[in-house]
Ligand binder design. Structure first.
Ligand code: F6R
Length: 616
């Protein structure tokens, strides 16, 4: 949700900032802008729309400054317009700022600043922040002289309520830059005599050697070829550096038309990576190095609460079916945004698991903090190495799915399903799951990458189905048991990518309301992969057909009896129930992708969305 970038070094900042924004554009794409420090002051260039419009606007502009900041926006306060685009400048022209987050008390701050003669020209909370910093820096300069910049930012932030990841420059201190974070991510990149700020390491990974992940309430001061970190209460912080990993191939499209399609096709590898090193030598169990919980402690757990948002939450719903069936541990799945304010009563032996691709989703992070504040142990399943969620969890499991650039979760979703399946086996083996059953499940998971490759070969067929259905504006996704969460995910994928209104329902529950929608204008997409439920789902298919609706179904080989009942069947390999959700997800992703493309949608950057939601 908004990407910010900063550069201070010896090279021309413009191209480095644009390159960084290109890699951060998945975080928001309503507008973009940069500010560089030139010989005659700040040059600020902003543009509405995608980064390409900013690049066009910058054209042959000669910007030679070796320091600057940049921003790609997902609008919160203020509509999408050039004046609301970042970087924002204080009204005295001295401060420029890029901001990711929301200043909740910005109206009170704006009123205070107005009295002091600092006026805003945009509708944004971020411009208020620029003015607040300018105001405090001016006071510091009067009192202290040279170190006033850092102190001015620090004092300003003491008055701010809300979330921010910021990079700030001040015209009176041209060789300096300050970054700070609270609840929105910010990483410092350290190169050879040059420094970077970015919302995540993708912003500078091709330039910097090391990264320092900042914690809430920390400020970084870049000055004199060095950096220092302190807290809002002025305590010095020792920087924990980590080497930056960079895989260019993973952040380029490599011949695919869209990142989403590339990432769908990367799933066999992403799943291999999710499983690597987690199977026991005898192939009957799984293990995880980073849980920080002994088998004895895990044995005591008598309830698991999953907290997540969006697709990650759908993965948790599937995890609920698997863990309850395999390990017999009661599971609940919470919308992270609800959990954090609900003050739900939790039993002593409850384990909370936060699931997040990015590891930066603010609602999931806040839910996890709430659970930890109450003294509960929180594990994380995340793809975001070094992310806020990874750092704040008591332990966890990395997905190792590689960067996911397309806004829709695809490979991260199936890798979460795969980890959930492995966790179910582990918890099951700590309880009543037999060695033979463990072996069967591990074997099934080992086959999954191959099964997925086979399903990916159905891409052409799935595209032809999408061609037939591309003009519908409504669709129902229906499944039973562990296919029900997949129905919810299928509907989510379709609506976000193709803007077709879709709902995911438990197939039998459809009769209690949604069936009213069914008819020739509302086809149904069934997930018929669970042999135990075959007859039941066949009845549901008949109920829909009887009302004149067209039907598509993803069908496992063992459920092929259902194929003759639907208009279009996508037959996928038969597998153990533990792996069914993973396999069923692939055709739905391809269907949503092709529907989006055929309907002329920007599937990698759907309207109004952003990859990492760092505001509440
Ligand atoms: C849907 C999608 C979103 C995310 C959600 C959580 O395709 O991508 O619904 O799943 O915003 O994001 P993470 O997993 O980063 O916490």
């Amino acid at each position: 949700m908004c990407g910010i970038i900063g550069y201070l070094g010896n090279r021309a900042a413009k191209d480095i900032l644009l390159d960084g924004l290109r890699h951060l554009e998945y975080r928001g794409y309503d507008s973009a802008g940069i500010a560089t420090w030139e010989l005659d002051g700040f040059a600020v260039v902003r543009s509405v729309g995608r980064l390409d419009s900013l690049v066009e606007k910058l054209g042959a502009m000669e910007l030679r400054g070796t320091s600057g900041i940049g921003h790609t926006r997902w609008a919160t306060h203020g509509r999408v317009s050039e004046e609301n685009a970042h970087p924002h400048r204080s009204c005295d022209g001295k401060v420029v700022i890029v901001h990711n987050g929301v200043v909740e008390n910005f109206l009170a701050l704006a009123a205070f600043l107005k009295e002091k003669g600092y006026f805003s020209s945009s509708e944004t909370d971020s411009e208020v922040l620029a003015n607040l910093i300018a105001y405090h820096c001016a006071k510091e300069v009067d009192q202290r002289g040279h170190s006033a910049f850092l102190e001015g930012v620090r004092k300003a932030l003491l008055h701010v309520r809300g979330a921010y990841g910021i990079a700030v420059m001040h015209g009176d201190f041209p060789g300096e830059m300050v970054g700070a974070r609270n609840s929105s991510p910010l990483v410092l990149g350290v190169g050879d005599g040059e420094f970077f700020f970015a919302s995540d390491t993708a912003g500078f990974a091709s330039h910097a050697k090391d990264a320092v992940f900042l914690n809430d309430g920390e400020l970084v001061h870049l000055r004199g070829g060095d950096f220092s970190i302190c807290t809002l209460s002025r305590e010095k912080v020792e920087a924990a550096r980590r080497a930056v990993e960079w895989h260019e191939a993973l952040v380029e499209k490599n011949g695919y038309e869209h990142f989403m399609l590339k990432e769908i096709f990367e799933q066999p590898i992403a799943l291999e990576n999710a499983m690597r090193g987690h199977f026991s030598v005898d192939g009957s169990n799984t293990h995880f190095g980073g849980l920080q919980m002994s088998p004895m402690e895990l044995r005591q757990v008598d309830r698991i609460i999953f907290c997540a948002c969006g697709s990650a939450r759908c993965a948790c719903l599937a995890a609920e079916y698997l863990i309850e069936r395999i390990a017999r541990v009661p599971v609940e799945v919470e919308y992270a945004s609800e959990f954090r304010y609900r003050n739900a009563p939790l039993d002593r032996n409850t384990l909370v698991i936060a699931v997040s691709q990015s590891g930066e989703t603010i609602d999931t992070l806040a839910a996890m903090r709430e659970a930890r504040r109450k003294g509960f142990r929180v594990l994380a399943i995340t793809n975001g190495v070094g992310s806020s969620i990874a750092r704040e969890a008591d332990g966890g499991i990395y997905q190792h799915a590689g960067p996911e650039i397309g806004v829709a979760a695809t490979k991260s979703f199936t890798s979460q399903l795969c980890i959930a399946a492995m966790v179910a086996i582990y918890l099951g083996r700590l309880r009543d799951l037999s060695c033979e059953d463990g072996v069967e499940m591990v074997d099934a998971l080992r086959q999954v990458p191959k099964n997925v490759e086979e399903i990916l070969r159905l891409d052409g067929e799935i595209r032809s189905i999408a061609e037939e259905y591309a003009n519908y504006e409504n669709m129902l996704f229906l499944g039973r048991q562990s296919m029900f969460p997949l129905a919810i995910e299928g509907a989510l994928k379709l609506k976000e990518i193709s803007y077709v209104h879709a709902e995911g329902y438990a197939a039998a529950e459809m009769k209690h309301g949604p069936i009213a929608l069914i008819g020739e204008n509302c086809p149904a997409f069934f997930l018929a992969c669970d042999g135990r439920m075959l007859e039941k789902i066949q009845s549901n298919i008949q109920e829909v057909r009887a009302r004149g609706a067209r039907t598509i179904a993803v069908i496992s080989e063992n459920c092929s009896a259902a194929a003759s009942m639907v208009d279009r069947a996508i037959v996928i390999p038969q597998t153990h129930f533990i792996a069914q959700p993973i396999l069923a997800a692939i055709p739905m992703q391809l269907f949503a992708y092709h529907m989006g493309v055929l309907r002329g949608c920007d599937v990698d950057r759907p309207r109004n969305l952003a990859k990492s939601v760092t505001v509440e």
